[in-house]
Design a protein around this ligand. Structure first.
Ligand code: GLN
Length: 354
C-alpha cells in the first residue's frame, strides 16, 4: 500500500511541476516535426521510469513484460506519430468499456446508457461492490428508483453495458463487439486466449457483480453470459497504434481518420467523452482531469487512451500501474505530449486572453 502511494504521489508531483511550467502558455507544437519531437521527448524522459507494478490479480497479467513502452499519436489527417514499442500487444482490458458503451449508444438510443446505468463517478475502485450497494435506491423490489453513482466505465456498469449489446446469439453479440472495435482500430483485432482463459477461471468477483446487477434489475437476463462476453472483450490484444487510432476515432466525431470510415454516430461522441472525463481513470479521474483536461480511459493491461477533441487521439502502453490501476508512464507521457500539443480542451481562452 505505502509503495503504491509513494508511486502515486511521485506521479502527481511530476505532473504538477509540468503544469506549473506551463503557466505562460507556450505556442502549441503543430508541425509534423514538432509533434514527433514532443513524442520523442516524452519517450526519452520516461523510458527508464520503473515506478508502479504490473497488475497481478489476473494470473496471466502478472507475466507481462514491465519494460514494454510504446507511444502513438494520431492527428486529423490520419498521420501516426510513434515512439518505442509498436509491435507488442497488451490486453485492452478496461479501455474496452468505452467502445462497448459507444456500441450500445450506436445500436440503441443515446440515452440508453444514461437511463439504464447512469453517468456519475462512483469515487470507488473499478470493481467495487460497495458502489453497487451505495447506488441502489430501489429497496422496494427490482424496480430502480435511481441509479445514483454508477457509470459504464466501472465493472458493474460495464458488465451491464455488455449485457445491452444486441445480437441474435452469444456468438453474434461477441461478433458485433469485435467488429465495432475493429472498425475503431482500423484492423482486425484478436482475443488473446491466455488472458481470457486466465481471467475466466478467476473472475468470480465479476460474476458476483453481474449477479448483483441482475438482482437489482440493471441486467435484464443472462448475467453470467454478460460477464463472460465482458471478460472476452477485455482480452482483446492491442498495440499503441491500435489504441491511438481508436482514441482518434473519438477525437474526430466518430470517423476513424486513418481509414476515413464513420464508425459511430457523431452526435454520440461528446457524451462518450463526458463519461471518460468523469470516470475514465477510476477514482483518480478527477486528478487526471485537473492536470490534463483530457477525456481518457485506462486498463489494467497498461494502456491509456486520451482524446483531445478535434486535435488528436493518443495512446501509451506501459504495464506497470499505480494504486488506482492506471499506468504510471502512460499518465506521465500523455500529460507531457498533450501539454506540448496544446491538447487541454479547457485551455482554450478565446481572443480576450493574453
Ligand atoms: N477485466 C478486468 C476486470 O474486470 C478489467 C479491469 C481494468 O482494466 N481496470 O477486472
Amino acid at each position: 500500500m505505502s509503495r503504491s502511494l509513494t508511486v502515486l504521489s511521485r506521479g502527481i508531483l511530476g505532473l504538477a511541476l509540468a503544469g506549473a511550467a506551463l503557466t505562460a502558455v507556450p505556442a502549441a507544437a503543430q508541425t509534423p516535426a514538432q509533434i514527433q519531437a514532443a513524442v520523442d521527448a516524452a519517450y526519452a524522459k520516461y523510458k527508464d521510469n520503473n515506478d508502479g507494478a504490473v497488475a497481478d490479480y489476473i494470473p496471466a497479467l502478472a507475466k507481462v513484460d514491465p519494460k514494454v513502452f510504446g507511444i502513438a499519436v494520431v492527428t486529423a489527417d490520419g498521420k501516426v506519430y510513434t515512439a518505442g514499442d509498436l509491435k507488442t500487444e497488451v490486453w485492452i482490458q478496461s479501455i474496452s468499456k468505452v467502445f462497448t458503451m459507444a456500441l450500445v449508444m450506436n445500436q440503441q438510443n443515446p440515452d440508453a446508457i444514461l437511463t439504464t446505468i447512469g453517468a456519475d463517478a462512483t469515487g470507488m475502485r473499478f470493481n467495487s461492490i460497495v458502489s453497487v450497494e451505495w447506488s441502489y435506491k430501489g429497496l422496494g423490489g427490482s424496480k430502480l428508483e435511481s441509479a445514483a453513482e454508477m457509470n459504464p466505465l466501472v465493472n458493474p456498469g460495464a458488465i451491464t453495458a455488455t449485457s445491452m449489446v444486441q445480437g441474435k446469439s452469444r456468438a453474434d453479440i461477441s461478433r458485433n463487439i469485435s467488429s465495432f472495435y475493429n472498425a475503431a482500430a482500423g484492423r482486425q483485432l484478436t482475443v488473446l486466449k491466455d488472458v481470457y482463459d486466465s481471467e475466466a477461471a478467476t473472475n468470480q468477483r465479476n460474476q458476483a457483480i453481474g449477479m448483483l446487477m441482475y438482482a437489482y434489475g440493471y441486467i435484464k437476463d443472462n448475467p453470467l453470459q454478460a460477464v463472460d462476453i465482458y471478460t472476452e472483450q477485455c482480452s482483446i490484444g492491442v498495440n499503441a497504434r491500435d489504441l491511438a487510432t481508436m482514441a482518434a476515432m473519438l477525437a474526430f466525431g466518430g470517423v476513424n481518420p486513418v481509414t476515413k470510415k464513420q464508425v459511430m454516430k457523431t452526435a454520440d461522441v461528446p457524451e462518450v467523452l463526458a463519461v471518460m472525463a468523469t470516470a475514465g481513470l477510476y477514482d483518480d479521474a478527477g486528478k487526471w482531469l485537473f492536470r490534463t483536461g483530457l477525456p481518457a480511459k485506462s486498463g489494467v493491461g497498461g494502456g491509456i487512451i486520451a482524446v483531445s477533441p478535434g486535435k488528436f487521439g493518443i495512446a501509451v502502453i506501459s504495464p506497470p500501474v499505480d494504486a488506482a490501476g492506471n499506468s504510471v508512464r502512460a499518465q506521465l507521457a500523455i500529460a507531457d505530449i498533450s501539454n506540448a500539443l496544446g491538447g487541454n480542451p479547457y485551455a482554450q481562452f478565446g481572443p480576450a486572453a493574453k
